[in-house]
Design a protein around this ligand. Structure first.
Ligand SMILES: O=C(O)CCC(=O)C(=O)O
Length: 268
């Protein structure tokens, strides 16, 4: 499995924030974010989601000595650190990230995955499988909504890899002068963004305007990534415009009858 890229090593923002500094180091200062569907009733167990949130909280609160064991290695992207840092002069984001390949399981770095404390590691494992299943359900529904030949997208994306990014934004003494995460599009197929608490900050760009997104309990923000958009523009030039004009941004996953039957069988 090839690496997804690399990033220069950067310090822990969480540790920096602990130093009760009144001024943010120069490197974090910046001169100074589309409506995306919010997904509820998604089938990922609420208790599992809560355990994962707790696990993320505990992971970022590990002592720095423990976190160092999970830090990015030079030339690698997985672990604690930041993404796309290519120069020592580059402005940094006011965030600590933890990046990990999650599926297929053989793509996991055992040195990293097996060092994630329990029970978070097992919960993460189950969570990733459930989100992976949700992703395929969404893709099937998008095929129908976009009138794409059945299974065409499913076949394209069913073996796609899954990775996870945990973003932690420590309190900042000069919040107006930094940026938590720079404006970006997601490179992959679909992103399921789980907001861990009620703190607002996420903005999505639509029609040239940045729109604040208020966190909803037990909901995912679903972002269509670059790969999916490109594939659909090429394959579905005409249908795209005609069928994607649904203004209702709260969507629920309707389970297909077949899946419901499967579940009934499993629960017997
Ligand atoms: O942490 C957030 O609210 C935004 C996360 C995000 O856009 C990303 O990780 O790509």
């Amino acid at each position: 499995m090839s690496k997804i890229g690399s990033s220069l090593l950067v310090p822990s923002v969480q540790e920096l924030a602990k130093q009760s500094i009144s001024q943010v180091p120069d490197r974090y200062l910046v001169l100074k974010q589309e409506e995306t569907p919010t997904l509820i009733n998604h089938g990922v167990e609420p208790s599992l989601v809560e355990s994962v949130k707790l696990g993320v909280h505990d992971l970022f609160n590990l002592p720095i000595e423990e976190k160092r064991k999970l830090w990015q290695k030079p030339g690698d992207m997985e672990g604690f650190g930041q993404l796309f840092v290519v120069s020592e002069n580059q402005k940094l984001e006011w965030a600590d990230l933890f990046i990990i390949n999650t599926l297929p399981s053989y793509a996991r770095d055992p040195n990293l995955f097996l060092n994630i404390p329990q029970p978070f590691r097992d919960n993460l494992d189950t969570y990733c499988l459930q989100v992976g299943k949700l992703c395929m359900t969404m893709i099937r529904q998008m095929e129908m909504a976009l009138k794409i030949k059945p299974n065409e997208l499913v076949e394209l994306f069913e073996d796609i890899s899954q990775s996870m990014r945990l973003n932690y934004y420590p309190p900042c003494p000069q919040p107006e002068k930094v940026i938590g995460l720079s404006p970006h599009s997601d490179a992959g197929c679909l992103t399921f963004l789980l907001q861990a608490n009620e703190v607002e900050g996420l903005q999505i760009r639509k029609d040239g305007m940045w729109i604040p997104i208020s966190p909803l309990p037990n909901a995912f923000i679903v972002n269509v990534g670059d790969i999916f958009e490109k594939k659909n523009i090429i394959n579905n030039n005409n249908n795209m415009n005609n069928n994607s004009s649904n203004n209702n941004n709260i969507i629920t996953v309707e389970k297909e009858e077949e899946e419901e039957e499967e579940e009934k069988m499993e629960n017997r």
